[in-house]
Design a protein around this ligand. Structure first.
Ligand SMILES: Cc1cc2nc3c(=O)[nH]c(=O)nc-3n(C[C@H](O)[C@H](O)[C@H](O)COP(=O)(O)OP(=O)(O)OC[C@H]3O[C@@H](n4cnc5c(N)ncnc54)[C@H](O)[C@@H]3O)c2cc1C
Length: 339
């Protein structure tokens, strides 16, 4: 049974005992780390790290995320895109804080999202497996982007150098329902060390790359529509040096490109999977209680069985709201709803 937690603050070590239960909410990377450090996790892996197993569960498996090809860029011949030197002005700051409009009102320059069911794009009630995230700028719009997206300087200069000063827009063709699964493992038994993240992107049989390719083709198709041609949109066609041998714009080229510039949008989840008691991969039950340990719940994105076809922040808040009600119910505390 979980009876409390131990932590350090300001150089001091504290132990806090829980009268009722402990709720772990450290996110999809760190919640599995905390469980494994506490002896809850795959027996073999814990033994490798000299940790005694309390309960043998598939903690850290099933890591899922949303990822995309980065750097799919279109050049325009007007000055309507977001460029750092034009956007970072006092007037824009004032406009945002006084009216919540202007370029700062587009989060990270994102101005439109499209959700597509690639198996049946015409079905309005379909379940999307692809998202197109439209950004009113690109890797050349802000000098810090090269480092932010961890792009090698040589690659950046070769591919994006020629359009360094141009107005551009970009699409992230993003996989929503990946078949590839990653894993979180412990580096060692030191709680102050970060765990190791193995995303295993594109480790499935080829499904994931096909969905992203569908998104690339769709984005190129959209760039040719009247609305985008108003701005003279044109696909930036300087190939990535490591993929050029496939011939720019072939399927093989894009498969190579998406594995060269792979962008996550940090929707990690699912590493303490919720499931019924007969699911060998489940870590928590439908009331989010850890199997085999009393007084211990996990409440965060790690309990999702599968990454949703949506950005993960709101679903995580919904999990938290639901968990609050479950916890109150379990302890006989009345649930009040806001009028
Ligand atoms: C850069 C970035 C941008 C994102 N943008 C969006 C977006 O635009 N829209 C969207 O829907 N989602 C977005 N997400 C995803 C979203 O933020 C997450 O899905 C969501 O926050 C998950 O909530 P969580 O409670 O599971 O984990 P978190 O929000 O990560 O909360 C975990 C908390 O636990 C703390 N913690 C971890 N380990 C320990 C420890 N050992 N001791 C004490 N505390 C600890 C952390 O500091 C953190 O405060 C983004 C994520 C990132 C990283």
């Amino acid at each position: 049974r979980a009876f409390g937690i131990e932590f350090t603050k300001g150089g001091r070590r504290y132990v806090i005992k829980a009268r009722r239960e402990v709720v772990v909410s450290a996110g999809a990377i760190n919640s599995p780390q905390l469980l494994m450090l506490s002896g809850i996790g795959p027996r073999e892996h814990l033994a490798e790290r000299n940790i005694t197993t309390v309960v043998d569960l598939r903690v850290g498996y099933n890591l899922q995320d949303h990822w995309a090809l980065g750097g799919l860029t279109f050049i325009i011949n007007s000055t309507d895109s977001i460029r750092a030197e034009r956007v970072a002005t006092l007037n824009n700051v004032i406009e945002y804080f006084s009216q919540h409009t202007g370029p700062f009102s587009a989060p990270s320059g994102t101005e439109a999202l499209a959700f597509i069911d690639t198996s049946d794009p015409g079905d309005e009630d379909g379940y999307p497996d692809l998202e197109l995230l439209f950004v009113a700028g690109s890797l050349v719009s802000q000098p810090a982007y090269r480092q932010l997206f961890a792009i090698d300087r040589y690659v950046y200069d070769e591919v994006y150098g020629p359009i360094r000063n141009r107005d551009t827009w970009m699409v992230f063709p993003m996989l929503l329902l990946p078949e590839s699964k990653g894993r979180i493992i412990l580096r060692n038994k030191n709680p102050f060390e970060k765990p190791l993240i193995h995303p295993n992107y594109f480790s499935d049989g080829g499904h994931d790359q096909k969905v992203i390719l569908h998104g690339i083709r769709k984005a190129i198709e959209l760039s040719k529509t009247k609305a985008f041609q108003k701005y003279g949109s044109r696909l930036h066609d300087v190939p990535l040096p490591t993929c050029a041998r496939h011939g720019f714009n072939t399927d093989a080229y894009w498969y190579c490109a998406m594995k060269t510039i792979t962008n996550t949008i940090y929707h990690h989840c699912c590493t303490n999977k919720m499931g019924p008691s007969d699911d060998p991969d489940a870590v928590v039950d439908p009331k989010l209680r850890v199997y085999g340990v009393g007084g211990l719940r996990v409440v965060d994105a790690s309990v999702m069985p599968h990454v949703p076809a949506a950005h993960t922040n709101a679903p995580t808040m919904m999990i938290a709201e639901k968990a609050a009600d479950i916890i109150k119910q379990d302890w006989g505390i009345p649930i009040t709803t806001r009028k």
